[in-house]
Ligand binder design. Structure first.
Ligand SMILES: [Zn+2]
Length: 159
């Protein structure tokens, strides 16, 4: 019993805890870009939402502010007009998996499906394949380094 527990703990460390620490604490494989020392990037996750996203888009337009939206493939498919509006108004559309599940609890194959399905949904709506990716909860698994190497990985700073 104790051996099984130790095996599970070691597996979790290797599969997700150490890789997540590498990106969250040390910024390894994380996309960073700033034009000045005092610049910020606005990002919004988990949408599009039929109520809040359109209000948010109106507010951003009113203040002439651009943002990046990390969207869920399922919601993008449900509300394609909001994705079109984001794109049309100059915002970036990134991937946040198909449904909101942590990569820590998915196989590499499942993560790839989540990402590819979301990329396809966005591509069908705006005619462009997204290159930015944010894992739900900022949590990854060790295969994401290889699997998502072509994406610019953006990790939120809420630590
Ligand atoms: Zn999220």
């Amino acid at each position: 019993m104790e051996r099984i527990f130790i095996f599970i703990v070691i597996t979790l460390f290797v599969y997700t805890i150490i890789p997540t620490m590498m990106i969250r604490l040390f910024g390894i494989a994380v996309y960073k870009k700033g034009t000045t020392a005092h610049s910020i990037a606005l990002t919004f996750d988990d949408g599009p939402d039929p109520e809040y996203t359109s209000r948010l888009l109106d507010l951003l337009k009113q203040h002439n502010v651009k943002a990046t939206f990390f969207v869920l493939g399922l919601k993008a498919k449900q509300y394609p007009e909001l994705i079109k509006q984001m794109h049309h108004e100059g915002h970036l559309v990134g991937v946040h998996n198909y449904v909101h599940g942590a990569n820590a609890f998915m196989t590499p194959k499942r993560v790839r499906l989540q990402v590819n399905n979301t990329v396809d949904v966005i591509d069908r709506i705006i005619g462009e394949r997204p290159i930015y990716y944010r894992p739900p909860g900022g949590i990854i698994n060790i295969f994401d380094f290889l699997l998502l190497k072509n994406f610019r990985k953006v990790i939120p700073h809420y630590l």
